[in-house]
Design a protein around this ligand. Structure first.
Ligand code: DC
Length: 247
């Protein structure tokens, strides 16, 4: 597990250079299966798993809890600059802000919307960009998000863009909700939500969801997630050899 505390000081950022980063970048839209693939990959390869969505979720949650309006303001910048964010203290303490463990709270349904709102703000993205870079300094890791291969680590040695058809992604989401005891949504409604979320994610001004030119596109519509993991492990070993990276 990583043990990193971050309080707005950012040495890490300056050291991102043209050198190849030992980061396996996994990007893609929600419901594409990328989280499962990223987690499986990290376990399979015995490397660190970094869930950047959890960071946006945690900030969305904290802003809401502190009754801060989600906007760029002096007050919010000040709040952010004095925040203590910790990632990966242990399995059960994936994300901790100001000593509060938010690992479970960020999975509540209403937090998705807060995360999506907060992720639109450039100053929030800048803050998390530095944090994410500081976590991955000189270690092999799997980092999952929307902009890892394009913005956070454009120099990563292995990049994958995981996707699936809108219908498949909506169905996966619906099954998840039903498993959690929520039967209040129709498939049509969720298809609509997925389309709207894609639209927002792909069209936001800062770091939009976009496949990096050098990322490999993996469509999971007709594939089993375990099959994908073993396929990617092979590809990653090939890339590592090519770049002289010790896994
Ligand atoms: O992957 P997720 O659903 O946990 O992400 C939560 C939100 O954060 C989602 O609206 C997309 C956003 N996000 C982002 O903008 N950039 C990332 N690197 C990761 C997540």
């Amino acid at each position: 597990m990583i043990d990193a505390t971050f309080m707005s000081s950012n040495k890490a950022n300056d050291s991102l250079s043209k050198v190849v980063a030992k980061v396996i970048a996994i990007d893609g839209p929600s419901g594409s299966g990328k989280s499962t693939v990223a987690k499986n990959l990290a376990v399979e390869m015995n490397v660190l798993y970094i869930d950047t969505g959890a960071m946006f979720r945690a900030l969305g949650y904290v802003f809401d809890k502190e009754k801060l309006v989600i906007e760029d303001s002096e007050k919010n910048r000040h709040f952010l600059n004095n925040l203590k964010m910790e990632y990966g203290l242990s399995e059960s303490e994936l994300i901790v802000i100001n000593n509060e463990n938010l690992t479970e709270k960020i999975r509540e349904h209403h937090v998705s919307k807060l995360a999506s709102q907060i992720s639109q703000l450039p100053f929030i993205r800048e803050y998390l960009l530095k944090f994410q870079r500081s976590l991955a300094l000189d270690r092999v890791c799997v980092m999952e998000g929307r902009d890892i291969g394009t913005v956070v680590f454009p120099n990563s040695f292995a990049k994958f863009f995981i996707t699936a058809s809108v219908e498949t992604r909506a169905l996966r989401r619906l099954n998840q909700l039903v498993e959690n005891g929520d039967n209040s949504h129709s498939l049509e409604q969720i298809i609509d939500d997925v389309k709207k979320r894609d639209e927002t994610d792909m069209n936001r001004e800062v770091a939009p969801l976009k496949k990096a030119d050098d990322a490999e596109l993996i469509d999971t519509t007709n594939l089993k997630l375990l099959e994908i993991t073993s396929l990617l492990v092979k590809k990653i070993h090939g890339r590592a050899q090519e770049f002289g990276i010790q896994l």
